[in-house]
Design a protein around this ligand. Structure first.
Ligand code: GLC
Ligand code: GLC
Length: 650
């Protein structure tokens, strides 16, 4: 089991006693020995039923060793530095941005010339959206991979990626890439061989010669893209078989019950590790294990598989952290950090998808009750793990909060969801939002939402109407949303374009490889003339960019904003305000967010109910001092604004 601190203790002790040689490989040896038993038992949990399990296990041991031997000295040094720092990804010094290389800079070669944009903003971690080979006309934004180790020519080549990685490391920046674990493109060589009738490769997928088993699966499996890719199976004419395709029909689900698939994909994971990836985003981990008679999501063995992957990474390439992209309800997300014996030992990071959705919920309703209600699940995150916090990403917004939290807040879950969908598609009078429904399912009326941060916050409409007051409100909403996601704990991951207010781009409708998927409306192509306006004082771009930059720089300067399980939510004094305390090492920062379009009042008593009474507060955002008033007096928070307050007891 991975216990970096214990491993180091043991190692120091064994060296001191002359049992271990004092050379650079000893740490690997200690990690391998310490993790071996768990690697073995997790492996058996998945593949113990196979008569040939031992041969596969031998292969795994060889893969781990070979990966370590191939790992560049520079990366091994970085592993050591990260290990000595402890949980390096908890610090408030990290801030990320997610982007498409082609839409942002053209290609990988151009990226180094654009790094100054991130440095100016205060971003030091880049999530480069999928770069590996993917068929141009059916790529799902790169999530339908036809070669996991070949950079797609539209971005450049592997050397360009390595070169960018090297420059980023020299500049102190971190790199995040995806592993698309759940499926391959139907044009991956494995799929092509399966299609040609090769039974060895047919076992890489879930393939059936008739509808008997597929029909049984369908009874329990929800549909992910019901409007454009209904059902979970696709007929493969060439072999007259049905193959499981949970996402698009051109994305074939891999069969991880086959140990060969696990070894192949582990090899790909290690390939990324040895490229120098700092955070590996595991795409769609909720789906990786299929079990007849279940929804085939969040299965216990999906967790076993992730734990096994985590331990293999921990052994050969410990500097690479694991991020799970599980966009599911809070009580299910939390399990991706591990449970029971593996508590805190599965994914290092997970998307705080619940908080993201709840912020949109609060912005629509002007109320924060559901957000507060949901925290009991969210707060169970183990120490040493952290969130990736965000307001928007390349995907749709799923309203993934629990009906129970909604009910407990006094709303009817059905009406409440409909209200939010109507609000963001601009159907509610007074709503300034311009979003669209994504993946509407006529069977259950379920739908998610597409649209950029700016358009959902009303900037698109306000600009069209040329209404300065509405533009101002939209900017405040944008900064409010960003602020809460930056101060709640976890690594903020901005989505490119949002830092200067890109509105929806409808040009995807003219491209038949994209027009069926409205997520493209919020995946902008960067116009560097527009971007240059971040330097024109008073322009919309400058106001959003400088606000975002100031938020990141404030965050970076405050140690308590790192994620040390140091958050305490304020009880609900005012239904429109979300508030929490971030405390660390004798410092206390109160963070307050007003989600309504009117002033909100907070009794000064909130500064008196948690430990030592507080006499003075300093708003670090507006740089203003306040003296805490009497209990019947109020602190006033302006519409859609927030306060980041350092407090003083004397
Ligand atoms: C993840 C990606 C999404 C993609 C899906 C299938 O959810 O974020 O963009 O469509 O996986 O790979
Ligand atoms: C929100 C709205 C309210 C609506 C309700 C639906 O709270 O403010 O008007 O009826 O959601 O549940």
């Amino acid at each position: 089991m991975y216990q970096a601190y214990l491993h180091q203790e043991l190692e120091h002790y064994l060296i001191k006693r002359g049992i271990l040689p004092n050379d650079s490989d000893r740490r690997f040896w200690v990690r391998f020995m310490a993790n071996l038993e768990n690697i073995h038992s997790l492996f058996l949990e998945l593949y113990g039923f196979r008569h040939d399990k031992n041969e596969f296990f031998q292969e795994l041991l060889e893969l781990i060793t070979q990966t370590y031997l191939n790992r560049a000295a520079e990366l091994k040094n970085q592993d050591r530095e990260k290990e000595e720092k402890g949980h390096w990804f908890l610090s408030s010094e990290l801030a990320g941005m997610s982007l498409y290389v082609d839409r942002f800079a053209g290609n990988l070669k151009e990226m180094p010339h654009r790094l100054s944009h991130f440095q100016e903003l205060g971003v030091n971690l880049l999530h480069l959206m999928p770069l590996f080979q993917s068929p141009a006309t059916e790529s799902d934004g790169g999530y339908a991979v036809s070669d996991f180790q070949k950079v797609d020519s539209r971005f450049g080549n592997l050397d360009d990626l390595k070169n960018l990685g090297k420059i980023m490391r020299e500049e102190g920046m971190y790199l995040m890439l995806d592993i698309v674990l759940n499926h391959t493109s139907r044009l991956h060589p494995w799929a092509i061989k399966a299609k040609s009738g090769d039974p060895h490769y047919q076992e890489y997928y879930h393939m059936y010669s008739d509808r008997y088993i597929p029909d049984q699966f369908e009874q329990y499996m929800p549909e992910i893209f019901p409007d454009t890719s209904p059902g979970n199976f696709t007929y493969v004419e060439e072999v007259h078989k049905w193959v499981m395709t949970v996402f698009h029909s051109y994305q074939w689900d891999l069969n991880f019950a086959n140990p060969r698939v696990f070894l192949e994909m582990m090899g790909n994971i290690y390939f990324y590790a040895n490229l120098g990836v700092d955070i590996l985003r595991v795409d769609a981990p909720a789906f990786i294990w299929k079990e007849l008679g279940t929804s085939c999501q969040n299965q216990p063995k999906a967790h076993t598989l992730l734990r096994l992957i985590k331990l293999c990474i921990q052994t050969a390439s410990p500097g690479m952290a694991l991020l799970g992209e599980a966009i599911v309800a809070p009580s299910a997300i939390i399990k991706y950090f591990g449970t029971d014996y593996f508590h805190g030992k599965e994914c290092d990071l997970a998307y705080n998808a619940s908080q993201m959705a709840l912020q949109w919920e609060a912005l629509a309703t002007g109320k924060t009750r559901v957000m507060l209600e949901a925290q009991s699940d969210v707060l169970q995150k183990p120490y040493g793990c952290t969130w990736l916090t965000y307001t928007r990403c390349h995907d749709d917004i799923g309203l993934v909060f629990e009906d129970d939290s909604v009910r407990a807040s006094g709303f009817n879950p059905w009406d409440h969801k409909n209200f939010i969908k109507d609000y963001y598609t601009g159907k509610i009078p007074g709503s300034e939002s311009r979003g669209e429904l994504f993946s509407y399912n006529p069977k259950n009326h379920d739908a998610r939402l597409s649209g950029t941060l700016a358009s959902l916050c009303g900037l698109e409409k306000a600009l069209e109407a040329n209404d300065p007051q509405k533009i101002e409100i939209a900017i405040q909403k944008i900064l409010l949303m960003q602020a809460q996601s930056m101060f709640i704990g976890g690594i903020p991951m901005l989505f490119y374009g949002d830092e200067l207010g890109y509105t929806n781009d409808y040009s995807y409708l003219n491209d038949s490889s994209k027009s069926y998927d409205n997520r493209w409306m919020h995946r902008p192509s960067i116009n560097w003339e527009k971007n240059a306006r971040i330097h024109e004082p008073g322009s919309v771009e400058e106001r959003i960019f400088s606000g975002t930059r100031q938020l990141l720089s404030l965050r970076k300067s405050l140690e308590p904003i790192g994620d040390y399980k140091n958050i305490q939510w304020l009880s609900s004094h005012n239904d429109h305000i979300a508030g929490f305390i971030r405390a660390y090492d004798h410092r206390k920062i109160y963070c307050l967010f007003n989600y309504q379009g009117a002033d909100s009042y907070l009794t000064w008593f909130i500064f008196k109910e948690h430990g030592h009474p507080i006499y003075k507060i300093h708003d670090l955002w507006e740089n203003k001092e306040y003296t805490v008033g009497l209990d019947h007096e109020y602190l006033v928070i302006k519409p859609y604004s927030f306060m980041i307050l350092e407090t003083y007891s004397q």
